[in-house]
Design a protein around this ligand. Structure first.
Ligand code: GLY
Length: 382
């Protein structure tokens, strides 16, 4: 190794901790972690055997590296490879997964490893929560969205005909291993969508982080590993603190839903498909949340402009142009109806996470429907 190479290798940072007492766990973030996953998991295993759940896109890319690291650590393993895509988060695939795992003679001490994005993490985590009345699982998230959001915090579940994530349970992983190298194979649109959730942490509680993203976001999206590690680390640190304070979303955890009330309505309207990815809907939702806060007098318009400008500059949608092919008639009304049907409505009042400024958000459970309609009508007018 020449001295130049030695300089380019930064010391690995210690893991972050999600402080939930005896259910607490570490989050490892860095490069090359997949090749080290066996060593990182070994102290947590009650038996030297585990089952990896992955999908048909991620399996061929990363399963061999993970399997080699398990072999090196002396851990026996099997794998179940599921179809890729949101439709896998269904009762049908949950049943199939549970039957396949039981046929592998799963025991209470067997650990499930979710290798993939949010779909695999949510589904495998749910299966782990109900199989044999609950077995341990490990999250190895391979998308930016999963690394900064869904793999941390223990929300697991599947979709039902009535909506997304309506069937599930809280089941915390034993460890999260976020290898930023896996982001190299992620489609740029998916990467950007995950980036919206990164920006969310700046907007709800960390103005200096938002300013850092304004400078470093483009490098992160272009593949800069150190920028990725820093962004995943700051995001996970924020999420870990919120989850430790309010694991079951009785209060402060709702801040993580910033932008999501609008986003869910837009996703229902567009059919949860390729037309609008979840993170893209969150980007638009965050902009609309700023517009709503400005309209209600909570926030200065200059902050709303700054947020829109940053999201736009990295190529995320910030307006409702993607709805152009949708009949505009009653559109604001329809979107409000989708919000009213959302599981987060309490006593018929609309709940929003609203900003006071960049880096400071609060939960408002009594937002007047006419203000929401007004923001949507403005956003839809040419
Ligand atoms: N994705 C929001 C949460 O975990 O609470």
């Amino acid at each position: 190794m020449n001295p130049q190479d030695a300089l380019s290798i930064l010391p690995a940072q210690p893991p972050l901790r999600v402080d939930l007492g005896d259910r607490g766990y570490d989050i490892h973030i860095g490069e090359g972690l997949l090749a080290d996953a066996g060593r990182l998991m070994r102290p947590l295993l009650r038996q030297r055997r585990l089952v990896v759940v992955t999908d048909a896109n991620i399996g061929p890319l990363y399963l061999p590296t993970l399997e080699t690291s398990l072999d090196d650590a002396g851990i026996a393993h099997a794998a179940v490879v599921l179809p890729a895509g949101e439709q896998t988060k269904s009762f049908r695939h949950l049943e199939g997964l549970c039957e396949r795992l039981l046929a592998l003679r799963l025991e209470r001490g067997t650990v499930l490893v979710a290798l993939g994005g949010g779909v695999i993490g949510d589904l495998a985590g749910f299966a782990a929560g109900i199989l044999l009345r609950g077995i341990d699982f490990v999250q190895i998230p391979t998308t930016l969205l999963a690394q900064v959001d869904s793999a941390v915090g223990g929300k697991t579940g599947i979709n039902s005909r009535s909506g997304k994530n309506l069937v599930g349970l809280f089941h915390q992983p034993r460890v999260v291993i976020a290898d930023v190298d896996t982001l190299d194979t992620l489609d740029i649109r998916q990467l950007r969508a995950g980036y919206a959730e990164v920006v969310k942490y700046g907007l709800i509680g960390d103005a200096p982080f938002f300013a850092w993203l304004e400078t470093n976001g483009p490098a992160l999206l272009a593949g800069d590993a150190q920028a990725r590690i820093e962004a995943v680390r700051v995001s996970c640190r924020a999420k870990a603190a919120i989850v430790a304070a309010d694991e079951r979303e009785a209060g402060v955890r709702a801040l993580l839903n910033f932008g999501h009330t609008f986003a869910h309505a837009l996703e229902v309207e567009t059919g949860y498909g390729d037309r609008l990815l979840h993170g893209e809907a969150v980007a638009v939702g965050m902009v609309l949340a700023f517009d709503l806060a400005v309209r209600l007098g909570h926030c200065d318009g200059k902050d709303a402009v700054r947020v829109r400008r940053h999201l736009e500059s990295v190529g995320l949608p910030t307006d409702l142009r993607f709805l152009a092919a949708t009949p505009a008639e009653r559109l604001p009304e329809r979107l409000v109806e989708h919000m009213q049907a959302d599981k987060k409505v309490v006593d018929g009042r609309l709940t929003f996470i609203l900003p006071r400024r960049i880096g400071d958000a609060f939960i408002d459970r009594s937002v007047p429907v006419h203000a929401v309609r007004g923001v949507l009508a403005d956003a839809l007018s040419p």
